[in-house]
Ligand binder design. Structure first.
Ligand code: BGC
Ligand code: NOJ
Length: 826
């Protein structure tokens, strides 16, 4: 069942029912000011950091769902409604929500009155513009009142949600003309305030929540709106809000447009106040308001936003036999990659914005998905991330975007972290050809006195693995590897202990983690990532170092084959007791997805046919119609020695859920192994556009990936296997976005930046006749036509650039211009 449709020409998903199976959201803003907005206008805004600079309040896990947002209420002769249906939930005569690239348009109609609200954050602007267009579509005069609504958060979202003894007494506002200012703590230590404005005189306002809503009412029946009149209330402590009240009369056919702005302002300390030392200096706010105070200026702002997205999405464009592939590659997957760049894992409808900052591994992987769109910002991001590394190659696992400092609460010792830096730096060089990133001086632990070149950071990353091997010469598993829930050292039997940070007394003397537990996943990631480091060293003429690194990779491959090949697939790990995990010998959890793809892509044991054997085992044991489960069979009891993984009911999250992130590694591996049909099968099982028809089952947005889909074992713990099979969770902020972008564009369609040029090596469904793509790369544009006359999956028979044959399948980088590339498979 569908709840809308794709409007590809406009790059929009059009939601036609407000009762989606879960709130379906969009993101506004790409620089400093960000908003989350659901299809019923729920959500919140923040400046840069969703925890430390939360501007409006939102209630996670609320009943009913999705409460709090920017709401417009209309009261026409006692009929009260919202253009986005919620929170009043009056049935509308028409409802539509269009989520587009950085904007959302919500339209509602009731009794001949149409309200169309456009929400967006303009380029280089610290505010959300909300344009409300009201049209009287009836043939009679209409008089009604309009109320806006935003609830201020007291800046630190964590403190805001628990420190009530203080917070109920700190809220402060100012009202001047049609602007309501949120100046909580501005008098003392904060040099920033927020405002909510409208571009016309108003008939009243409310700034005190309880006066506006009523203590025993809710967002769905605010008493001021029901009464049809504002109270001109003034918040002093308690809960400050901002609501404008305006009486409007429209003749038949008449339209009225109002522009509201929710903005954020930072002030130099010396200029915070007017001469009285108390009143906010509003100069900056007023100039922000003036920027968008007419519909014409709003239209120009929207045009600028569209132009920015045209540019970002113009770099890679494909035309394949599948519409769904085109809309994922050309629009939504690239869009989601930009959102994960901006937000990392901080703020979504599943990530509260107070839990995590930017992850070292997550942010590095995100680079892979958007480096072609904004290489300069990617470089800056890579440097920020690398600055939280330690001199021995270990890393802080997370950092806060506002301070850019490593987060000491979570610390380090996640065994996979350093390797992702090698991958992101390589991806940056492959995209741009800019080797100078290797010469950048980058601090360790944010301490510039300890700075070393980025190349040195790569070296310590690589050797952090080599220097931390266990009894089988495989990398130590430490606190966790990519799978945060396989905690072979931090296992615990006391509720509340974090599986990632808990130090098991058993391993205290050994430095906090077991010197026996080993990760095959990190071993395979090392053999997959390492060759990039070798290629970099060779390019720099450091042949001895390159050879040493290659020897370490070869030794790792041997260790994997000696101790981690289980006969039909690769093991997952050795636990702290030296027992195998992810083996046929195990009672449950016999096969895991994570090591397999990387091992296949680095040819580990290929001469013994490990690649095809492993793919066959994956297909048999892990594949389902909704994607590949992470492990099988699911754990049905608590295995203390594995940590968090078996705390989840079978079929969810890391315990045999369909963890879409690492589905991509198998898609890549199948494509790499020449199995284009298989790769495409796995791709289409999880690609959001393909889930659209089953939105009632999938629940989350059909235009973006989620972290997880309920696996085939979901429900098994309650004797109802298959109960939530196929149900998506944790949409938007996931490494799935970047990796599936890589899987479809670089491995299936095969357009893969390499150190020496643009490689084209498709691995597609045999039935395809071919496809077309245009790719801007290092200043040139390549119009690529792939022909598949013999209906093979893989194998470039010939490649011509502007009619001239090229040996192999790498288009050498050129000096700009537009080039016609013909690739024939066969
Ligand atoms: C989740 C993981 C997540 C981790 C982050 C765990 O509880 O299951 O998916 O990566 O928390 O800290
Ligand atoms: C989500 C985390 O953000 C990511 O870092 C981790 O790799 C996966 N969960 C798997 O546990």
């Amino acid at each position: 069942m569908k709840f809308g449709y794709f409007d590809d020409a406009k790059r929009e998903y059009v939601i036609t029912s407000p009762r989606t199976p879960y709130p379906w959201i969009n993101y506004l803003g790409t620089q400093g000011f960000f908003s989350l907005i659901s299809n019923t206008a729920g959500g919140y805004s923040f400046y840069k950091d969703a925890r430390l600079r939360r501007i409006t309040r939102y209630r996670y896990n609320n009943v009913p769902i999705d409460m709090g947002g920017r709401y417009f209420y209309i009261n026409e002769n006692g009929t009260v409604w919202n253009p986005g249906w919620s929170p009043v939930k009056t049935e509308l005569d028409f409802y539509e929500c269009r989520h587009g690239m950085g904007y959302t348009v919500i339209t509602g109609k009731k009794n001949g009155l149409k309200a169309e609200v456009t929400f967006f954050v303009p380029q280089d602007y610290d505010g959300e513009v909300q344009q409300v267009v009201l049209t009287n579509e009836s043939d009679a005069m209409k008089s009604f009142s309009l109320f806006s609504f935003a609830e201020w958060c007291l800046w630190d979202a964590q403190d805001d949600s628990n420190n009530f003894q203080r917070n109920f007494s700190t809220g402060r506002v100012e009202v001047k003309d049609s602007v309501i200012y949120h100046k909580t703590e501005y008098r003392d230590r904060r040099n920033h305030y927020a405002f909510y404005s409208v571009n016309e005189p108003i008939d009243g306002y409310d700034t005190d929540r309880d006066s506006f809503i009523g203590l025993y009412n809710g967002f769905g029946d605010p008493q001021a709106v029901l009464a049809g009149k504002a109270n001109d209330s003034f918040a002093d402590g308690w809960a400050p809000i901002a609501s404008h009240y305006k009486k409007i009369t429209l003749a038949p056919g008449e339209t009225k447009t109002l522009v509201f702005i929710l903005g954020y302002v930072e002030m130099p300390v010396a200029e915070k106040f007017e001469a009285d030392g108390k009143t906010i200096n509003k100069v900056k706010a007023l100039s922000m308001i003036a920027k968008y105070d007419t519909p014409a200026k709003v239209a120009a702002g929207m045009a600028e936003l569209r132009a920015a997205w045209d540019k970002l999405l113009g770099i890679l464009n494909v035309s394949t036999p599948e519409d769904k592939v085109d809309r994922m590659v050309n629009i939504w997957n690239q869009y989601q990659c930009m959102v994960t760049f901006n937000l990392s894992r901080s703020a979504s409808y599943f990530e509260s914005g107070i839990g995590r900052g930017m992850g070292f591994r997550d942010s590095n992987q995100d680079i892979l998905g958007f480096v072609h769109q904004i290489p300069d910002r990617a470089k800056e991001r890579i440097i920020d991330i690398a600055s939280t590394q330690f001199p021995d190659g270990g890393c802080y696992h997370q950092y806060q975007p506002l301070t850019k400092k490593g987060n000491a609460d979570i610390g380090g010792d996640f065994s996979d972290d350093p390797l992702w830096l090698i991958l992101s730096v390589s991806a940056y060089i492959k995209e741009t050809g800019d080797w100078s990133i290797l010469d950048e001086m980058v601090p360790y632990d944010n301490d510039m006195s300890k700075a070393q070149t980025m190349l040195e950071h790569l070296k310590v990353s690589f050797y952090h693995i080599v220097n931390n091997l266990g009894p089988h010469k495989l990398p130590l598993a430490m606190r966790a590897d990519w799978n945060d829930c396989i905690n072979l050292s931090c296992y615990s039997d006391t509720p509340g202990e974090s599986f990632q940070t808990y130090t098991n007394p058993k391993f205290k003397a050994e430095g906090g983690y077991s010197k026996v537990a080993e990760s095959v996943m990190v071993a395979a990631l090392f053999t997959y990532t390492g060759p990039n480091y070798v290629a970099i060293l060779k390019h720099l003429g450091k042949d001895d170092e390159a050879k040493a690194a290659q020897d370490a990779i070869d030794a790792m491959k041997k260790a994997i084959m000696d101790s981690a090949w289980d006969g039909d697939w690769f093991l997952r790990a050795y636990d702290a007791n030296g027992e195998k995990m992810g083996s046929k010998e195990c009672e449950e959890g016999q096969i895991f997805i994570e090591p397999q793809g990387f091992a296949i892509m680095s040819d580990v044991g290929k001469e013994q046919g490990t690649d095809l054997k492993t793919l066959a085992a994956i297909d048999e044991r892990l594949n389902t119609k909704f994607g590949l489960v992470l492990n099988n069979p699911a754990y049905s009891k608590y295995y203390i020695q594995y940590g968090e993984i078996s705390t989840y009911p079978g079929g969810y999250k890391e315990n045999a859920g369909i963890f879409t992130h690492n589905n991509a590694w198998i898609i890549c591996a199948a494509a790499y192994a020449g199995q284009g049909d298989l790769a495409f099968k796995y791709y289409s099982e999880i690609a959001p556009a393909y889930t659209e028809d089953t939105s009632d089952i999938h629940k989350t947005e059909p235009y973006v990936y989620g972290q997880m889909i309920g696996g085939k074992d979901a429900g098994s713990d309650i004797g109802r296997p298959g109960k939530n099979f196929g149900q998506g969770k944790n949409s938007w902020l996931t490494g799935t976005a970047a990796w599936n972008m890589v899987a479809i564009s670089q491995y299936i369609l095969g357009i893969m930046p390499d150190f020496d040029g643009l490689k084209v090596d498709p691995s597609i469904p045999a039935e395809w006749d071919g496809f077309k793509a245009s790719r801007q790369f290092r200043g040139a544009t390549y119009n690529i036509t792939v022909k598949n006359p013999n209906h093979v999956c893989k194998g470039v028979k010939s490649l011509t650039v502007d009619g001239k044959a090229v040996d192999g399948n790498v288009i050498p980088a050129s000096n700009g211009g537009v080039h016609e590339v013909i690739v024939t498979l066969g």
